[in-house]
Design a protein around this ligand. Structure first.
Ligand code: ATP
Ligand code: MG
Length: 579
């Protein structure tokens, strides 16, 4: 349907991943090449991300460039980060916290989240970031499930959301408040950091020691707490190089919030491991601000999400034309299926396509990716990275067999990569259900083509069965947003006596378009032409916005529940549910 995009030879010649690298790959070899480790086979994420660079003489390199909401700028070097994380670790220790304890954060995109993440890991404790815009209930539930021992947050968040119930969390022993002062019963972080020893050495954690707990986005239901270990840093390192083209000194901007797995794995760990310089923008999405940031900061590698890309597309190419994007050399996207239209649009607007890649909270790192050495087929997630065995499996007859090219099945990964989750907190049965033989079953449906490219079809829960056809919502949504009026689309199946299910679409419109019967007809007509009558939506409904998670994922289950008048289920991560 779309022409294959081939990148300029000059760029491709610089690719970190080549067929030679693919052929010679082994986890043991890449671990020796990319990581230092600690004596006796120990490994600590914070050591790999920060301290070793200082030990190797790179302490003065800028690690973070923080851009505050109101135009402030703050640069932190690797040496600064090493000291700040050591002080944070000392603060934890001085309050009696030790290895294995769990530290939660509830912070915006601010330098302290780096001090906290790296300091916690350095101290051999588990770091669990929560998204700071959550309401009190989702925060409380997650802290209960995760048996939080410490929390670091701001006074405003504490007073608004935490104070009334924090004493009811029996495991909680320390609340740190960013700033000079703290409410009663809490500790002010700034003076505590100043008094604390900067000499805290990274704890020699074992590769299998618990390091991070991330809660999933809650797109399909109640969020799960996925447990990751220190050895996960090996995936972060390898994928940082091969899927994001990170290298020392690269100016890198990951737009994800550290409250989600992408914002930690690729907003903190992977780029620091590669000694890159990170741009952290405290502000929310703002088109002009984003474009100006790329230009002014000379961003080279940019990792963002389809929901942001669609917002840029909505503003049109003209809005981008005034900026100089010549510093960019690699663009990547994750979090949701990336519509082919968006890949092409990136190519036309920035001179570079977006490289879609696929992974989940559970996988801890990128698994399938469009890499710089490959031709891009817009709409495809790419191919498995080195060290990752991915397959499409059919489990319909009770057994398990690989699908033929083009056949839809479960997207599965051979278990055993370093950043694979080790548990769902307190949900052993749910965890076990994810594994069949030695395959991890992702819960997503996909297909593989003759060239080994993987194509996302939909989440297993979202698949639509209509008159004997299997329809993935992504295919229909992508066709819909090709219509000039459509900005975003969410597609679901509704029960129907004759067809089993029929396809229904919800769309939001681009500026300059108003809902009308005529437009509805035109959009349906367009979809019918692209997809055929069996797959095209029977009805198209206009919406100002689509329900999304706070990480920007369309919540199709909510569209469906509302349409059918069913219970909404867990909506703790719903974006518009601001409390
Ligand atoms: P929950 O598991 O709680 O329902 P979630 O699956 O949205 O939430 P995450 O782990 O943050 O939580 O998201 C991973 C999921 O996002 C994937 O399983 C997939 O459905 C979707 N996803 C991520 N990247 C891509 C991509 N490149 N293409 C298609 N889908 C993607
Ligand atoms: Mg999931």
């Amino acid at each position: 349907m779309w022409e294959t995009i081939i990148k300029p030879e000059t760029l491709r010649a610089t690719a970190e991943l080549t067929s030679g690298v693919r052929a010679a790959f082994s986890w043991e070899k890449i671990e020796k090449e990319l990581l230092d480790g600690l004596p006796g086979g120990a490994i600590n994420i914070a050591y790999e991300a920060v301290d070793r660079h200082v030990a190797h003489g790179f302490g003065s390199v800028t690690a973070l460039r923080w851009l505050g909401k109101s135009g402030e700028r703050l640069d932190l070097s690797y040496a600064d980060l090493s000291v700040a994380s050591a002080r944070f670790a000392s603060v934890l220790a001085s309050h009696g916290l030790g290895r294995g304890d769990r530290v939660f954060s509830l912070l915006g995109r601010q330098p302290e989240v780096f001090h906290a993440a790296l300091g916690t890991l350095k101290a051999g404790m588990t770091f669990t970031p929560l998204f700071s815009a959550f309401g009190p209930e989702p925060i409380r539930t997650r802290m209960e499930i995760g048996q939080a021992n410490a929390l670091v947050t701001t006074e405003a968040i504490y007073r608004r959301k935490i104070e009334p119930w924090i004493r009811d969390i029996p495991s909680m022993r320390l609340v740190l408040i960013v700033g000079e002062t703290a409410p009663e019963g809490c500790v002010a972080l700034d003076p505590a950091m100043q008094e604390a020893s900067p000499g805290f050495e990274a704890v020699p954690t074992r590769p299998e020691d618990e390091a991070l707990i991330h809660f999933t986005s809650g797109t399909t239901g109640r969020p799960k707490g996925a447990v990751h270990v220190h050895h996960a840093v090996l995936n972060h390192a390898a994928t940082g190089r091969y899927a994001l083209e990170l290298r020392p000194g690269a100016i890198y901007w990951c737009t994800a919030d550290p409250g989600w797995v992408t914002g930690t794995s690729y907003g903190i760990i992977a780029p620091l491991v590669h000694r890159a310089t990170l741009i952290i923008d405290e502000a929310e999405f703002d088109l002009e601000r984003w474009y100006a940031t790329i230009e002014r900061e000379k961003v080279e590698v940019w990792y963002t999400a389809p929901t942001a890309i669609r917002m840029m597309m909505r503003a049109g190419k003209e809005a981008a034309a005034r900026y100089d994007f010549s510093s960019l050399r690699f663009l990547a996207s994750v979090g949701e299926p990336l519509n082919p239209e968006a890949v092409v649009w990136g190519s036309e607007t920035f001179g570079l396509p977006f490289h879609d890649n696929w992974w989940q909270t559970e996988t801890g790192g990128i698994m399938i990716a469009n890499t710089l050495d490959m031709d891009i087929k817009p709409g495809s997630m790419g191919r498995p990275l080195p060290g990752i065995e991915a397959e499409i499996l059919n489990r319909e007859d009770g057994g398990i067999r690989p699908c033929k090219p083009g056949e839809i099945g479960d997207l599965a990964l051979k278990a055993g990569w370093p950043s694979m989750m080790r548990a769902y907190l307190h949900e052993e049965a749910r965890y076990k259900k994810c594994f069949v033989d030695d395959w991890y079953i992702s819960g997503d449906l996909a297909l593989k083509d003759e060239d080994g490219y993987f194509w996302f079809v939909g989440r297993a829960d979202d698949l639509i069965k209509s008159s004997g056809h299997l329809i993935g919502p992504f295919e229909v949504e992508s066709a819909l947003i090709e219509h000039e009026a459509v900005a975003e689309a969410g597609v679901i199946g509704l029960p129907d006596e004759t067809a089993g299910e029929v396809v229904k679409a919800y769309v939001s419109l681009n500026p300059g378009y108003e809902p009308s019967d005529e437009l509805e007809k035109s959009i349906r007509g367009h979809a019918r032409k692209k997809l055929g009558p069996a797959v095209a939506p029977r009805t198209v409904e206009f919406r100002k916005t689509l329900p999304k998670t706070r990480s920007g994922k369309i919540m199709r289950r909510l569209l469906k529940a509302r349409e059918l008048g069913l219970p909404e289920g867990d909506i703790s991560t719903l974006e518009t549910d601001e409390s």
